[in-house]
Design a protein around this ligand. Structure first.
Ligand SMILES: Cc1cc2nc3c(=O)[nH]c(=O)nc-3n(C[C@H](O)[C@H](O)[C@H](O)COP(=O)(O)OP(=O)(O)OC[C@H]3O[C@@H](n4cnc5c(N)ncnc54)[C@H](O)[C@@H]3O)c2cc1C
Length: 318
């Protein structure tokens, strides 16, 4: 019995971390239901991906050789056909840009309710109980889904990645793609400016917020980042103002980061920002407001004017 069918995600020849998290989440749900966890790998470097995804707890991998990159129509058709064949209780997809692109189409075609951006889920007496955030992450809500067949997208970074090599059965799935319904083609990638930097990989992040006041003052924070050999990131207003590119934004609508050290400078600590950086090992805040919410989660705090503190830190570290 297939309890869960999860679809791996890859981009530009590499599996994304969320693929392993789908295994962690999927295994838990499959155990609750006493059934199997099946994975699908659609397109890309299928053999290599299959080897990497053959982990403990994965019962079967279905490979579908259809294109190098994500394509909405292909993924929708393949996932629908696999789900029809395997009849899983749960179709599990990542809550990524790609996942959100096709999950609603899959759920609609299969006639299943869809719960998105789930941060915790299990089955209690056969009912899916899923947790997600609402009202801009201000509250967590628990949803009980009154259906035996559901579709779920999970938020990245909430489940541990799968470990341990498995002895997974691999089966080629012969999907029938209706080419007339494939309306788009991926012709290549163009990185946005500054796209070479991935803040989610950084060990030390120096993050700047609205307390910096003016675009030209960002240079001061850059100097500190250089002195610490750190990477520069930012809160959303900085990106919204166009002072730094979007790939530097930390938070709910930006990136989730988990550096060893996160230095929040002139950042208040709004829930949407904290959602992206609460996993940092050590959090240092520099803020002149002792009541700023960032101090609720900071390990170290300097309650002072950043324009005094940052130059002093640069002098110290240079
Ligand atoms: C759906 C949604 C998604 C969102 N996604 C994100 C997201 O991904 N990332 C994100 O960051 N935000 C996000 N936001 C916005 C979020 O709610 C906050 O508005 C934002 O995080 C505030 O940024 P900030 O802390 O830089 O600015 P502010 O809240 O204005 O804080 C500035 C801080 O700087 C301090 N300060 C001012 N001057 C100085 C000084 N001279 N020295 C020291 N400290 C000083 C102030 O005391 C204040 O605490 C989202 C909001 C919504 C509704």
């Amino acid at each position: 019995m297939t309890a869960v069918l999860a679809v791996a995600e890859h981009r530009r020849g590499e599996l994304r971390d969320v693929s392993y998290e789908l295994i962690g989440a999927g295994r838990g749900l499959a155990d609750d239901l006493g059934g199997e966890l099946h994975l699908a790998v659609i397109g890309g470097q299928i053999e290599e991906f299959t080897r990497s995804l053959s982990r403990e707890g994965v019962d079967a991998i279905h490979t579908v050789d259809e294109g190098e990159e994500f394509n909405h129509d292909v993924y929708t058709q393949v996932t629908e056909q696999l789900a029809e064949e395997l009849d899983p209780d749960v179709v599990l997809l990542p809550n990524s840009i790609n996942g959100l692109d096709y999950a609603p189409a899959v759920a609609t075609r299969l006639g299943r309710p869809l719960v998105t951006d789930v941060i915790d889920a299990d089955f209690e007496d056969g009912t899916l109980v899923a947790t997600r955030e609402m009202y801009g992450s201000k509250v967590e809500t628990t949803i009980e889904v009154d259906s035996s067949r559901v579709a779920v997208t999970i938020r990245g970074g909430e489940w541990p990645g799968a470990n341990g090599n498995g002895d997974t059965t691999v089966e080629e799935f012969d999907a029938t793609i209706d080419e007339s319904a494939v309306r788009s083609t991926v012709r290549g990638y163009e990185e946005v400016a500054g796209g070479d930097v991935d803040i989610s990989d950084a060990e030390v992040l120096v993050s700047v917020g609205r307390g910096i006041e003016e675009e030209e003052n960002i240079e001061l924070i850059e100097e500190l980042a250089d002195a610490l050999d750190a990477t520069l990131s930012a809160s959303r207003p900085i990106v919204d103002n166009g002072w730094l590119p979007a790939n530097r934004q930390v938070g709910q609508s930006g990136k989730t980061v988990a550096p060893d050290v996160y230095i929040a400078i002139g950042i208040s600590g709004a829930v949407q920002h904290v959602a992206g950086m609460k996993g940092a090992e050590t959090i240092v805040a520099i803020n002149n407001d002792p009541n700023a919410p960032i101090y609720d989660i900071a390990d170290y705090g300097i309650v002072d004017d950043l324009f005094d503190v940052v130059p002093a830190l640069i002098a110290e570290f240079e």
